[in-house]
Design a protein around this ligand. Structure first.
Ligand SMILES: [Zn+2]
Length: 280
């Protein structure tokens, strides 16, 4: 499980999860599994610390085996809105789902609504969903889990009302690419720590730029690759502990890089800015 999903699950256990969560990154199967894990946690009948228990009737009905592959599980408080058109999740289907959100839960203490292809929500469908999120729930908690390859596939208005949970890169990053980038970046970062000469900060940022693939402002892979390289450089025995802490914080920030990139800031400026902020 990704640490981000673990964090969301902890919030769900304590009844503190946002009403809307965007599960993004990973592949389709990982996002669906993440949604079921959160749904079991939200609906489970066990004491908070033990959720999801795996044994109560809610957990059992939402378990992978009970679902029989991709079939929607039967649980009256769990609703799955699959894409109904070839390329879109229609406003009609979305309104149908939202009508369920106006009724009280049948069995569990709340309701869970999952939109597995949220990137295909039509603008009207997204706005209908947004209206529901703006109304405070008057009865039991209801949670919307929106699944998409990237959180940037969703309207900014929807994103601003949701907790994004990043499940990691869609494909495994090739170890040799990470290693090569880590070696080049790590040497420059250590040179900076030893000399405090700003030229090494720029050189370190430049090394991360070698991750490539920055042309597409929404691409997450280069940021994931750069973050993985920085984490690997931090694990190097030659890395002094204060620098290690700074590198781990930098790796975390790099995963947010797309957010700045979609605002039109060139990748090299972002890399220079993040490297300077954490290392200088
Ligand atoms: Zn349970």
């Amino acid at each position: 499980m990704s640490s981000a999903l673990g964090g969301a699950r902890d919030l769900a256990r304590g009844g503190r999860l946002y009403p809307a969560v965007i599960l993004h990154g990973g592949d389709d199967a990982a996002r669906r599994e993440g949604a079921f894990e959160l749904a079991r946690t939200l609906l489970c009948a066990a004491p908070a610390g033990e959720r999801p228990c795996g044994g109560c009737r809610h957990c059992r009905r939402l378990a992978p085996a009970a679902r029989g592959g991709d079939a929607a599980p039967f649980h009256p408080d769990f609703h799955l809105l699959e894409r109904d058109l070839k390329t879109a999740t229609s406003v009609e289907a979305t309104r149908g789902l939202l009508r369920e959100a106006q009724s009280a839960p049948f069995e569990a203490r709340g309701q869970v609504f999952v939109v597995p292809s949220a990137q295909t929500l039509s603008p009207e469908a997204a706005n209908a969903l947004l209206k529901i999120l703006e109304e405070p729930p008057d009865r039991a908690p209801r949670h919307f889990l929106l699944l998409a390859p990237s959180q940037y596939d969703l309207l900014p208005t929807l994103r601003s009302r949701s907790l994004p949970v990043y499940l990691g890169p869609a494909a495994r990053l090739p170890a040799d690419e990470v290693h090569e980038l880590a070696a080049s970046f790590g040497a420059r970062a250590r040179a900076w720590a030893g000399t405090r000469s700003p030229v090494w900060l720029l050189a370190a940022a430049e090394a991360l730029g070698q991750a490539g693939g920055w042309e597409d402002p929404r691409a997450e892979r280069p940021w994931c690759l750069a973050a993985a390289a920085v984490r690997e450089a931090a694990r190097d025995e030659a890395c002094p502990p204060p620098l290690r802490r700074a590198l781990l914080a930098l790796a975390e920030s790099l995963l947010e890089g797309t957010r700045l990139r979609v605002r039109g800031i060139p990748a090299e400026r972002i890399l220079e800015g993040l490297v300077a902020r954490h290392l200088a």
